[in-house]
Ligand binder design. Sequence first.
Ligand code: URA
Length: 180
Amino acid sequence: MTYKTWEELEQACSDCTKCKLSEHRRNVVIGVGNRNANVMFIGEGPGADEDIQGEPFVGRAGKLMDMALNGLGIKREELYIANIVKCRPPGNRNPEPDEVSSCIEYLKSQIELVDPKIIVLLGSVALKAILGQEYGITASRGKWIEKDGRMYIPTFHPAALLRDEDKKIDFWSDMKSIQS
Ligand code: URA
């Protein structure tokens, strides 16, 4: 199903019980930011803070992403930010294939509605769900990929930088390439 208006999309997400993630959510985390953005960021799924606040990337990983955006002189409000799944997976596990396939139509409608020129794919879950299972984050990060008239750039998920500081250098270089 394709949602042609934000109102339809928001209603469908708020009412959604298509997968088991809906059972324990506090909020459906639909997305945030400029609905006419040139650049869209796509993460994996809400964590605990996002589930409570109803907004993507407001926790520790989000703070790290905000720092990188600050360094680039990009305001968070200029972007549109969303996730592959809109309800928090328990214990922050990766979303399961049936959860991704239930939820992805919402994100696809968001992409059509925002119509960004550039999509930044944060981490392996976003990369595989959007571009295909054959892609791997280590080999694909920092490489521009064109698909259906849109430009995609995969990079590490900010949470991966919290676990492995060495990834920050590549993440920063990928983020800088958004500007040029
Ligand atoms: N990690 C994600 O992938 N998305 C969020 O919104 C927060 C953390």
